[in-house]
Design a protein around this ligand. Structure first.
Ligand SMILES: *[C@@H]1O[C@H](CO)[C@@H](O)[C@H](O)[C@H]1NC(C)=O
Ligand SMILES: *[C@@H]1O[C@H](CO)[C@@H](O)[C@H](O)[C@H]1NC(C)=O
Length: 148
């Protein structure tokens, strides 16, 4: 799978999108349930999404539960493909979840059209430091350059 490493410019796009969509009342989280492909990732701490980085994970699917999202991921460790399940729990902010994984992470679902793509903006805090990751998932193994 090709993983594009994009620059942080994306974050600015996302911050605007966040105001427009994850906060919106008609956001329907159930609709993101199902199989997804990791399309692109960006980070202001690039090694986290590069080889052996903790955020270099590839989504298989998302299951929506009442108070949580269950993510199935694959990642490569010691040249082997491993599976991992992470559970993101609801926060008070609509459309925003948290997960303990390599630190404490909060991640608003910042943009989705449900059918093609979904974008997360993850903020990691660990040992007093912070970094951000943008993740783009698609329903197909690739997305149009428009969306990217
Ligand atoms: C996600 O995949 C698991 C198997 O890995 C399956 O049991 C579960 O039903 C799937 N969930 C969705 C929403 O597709
Ligand atoms: C990733 O981990 C493997 C196995 O531990 C190692 O051989 C490889 O050099 C590492 N790659 C990087 C970029 O650190």
């Amino acid at each position: 799978m090709k993983l594009l490493l994009l620059c942080l410019g994306l974050t600015l796009v996302c911050v605007h999108a966040e105001e427009a969509s994850s906060m919106s009342r008609n956001f329907n989280v159930e609709k993101i349930s199902g199989y997804w492909f990791s399309i692109a990732a960006a980070s202001d701490k690039r090694e986290t999404i590069e080889e052996n980085g903790s955020m270099r994970v590839f989504v298989e699917n998302i299951t929506v539960l009442e108070n949580s999202l269950v993510f199935k991921f694959h990642f490569i460790a010691n040249e082997e493909c491993m599976k991992m399940t992470l559970i993101g729990y609801k926060t008070e902010k609509p459309g925003t979840y948290y997960v303990n994984y390599d630190g404490f992470n909060t991640f608003p679902i910042c943009k989705t059209n449900y059918e093609n793509y979904i974008m997360f903006h993850l903020i990691n805090k660990k040992d007093g430091e912070t970094f951000q990751v943008m993740e783009l998932y698609g329903q197909e193994p690739d997305l149009s350059s428009d969306i990217k």
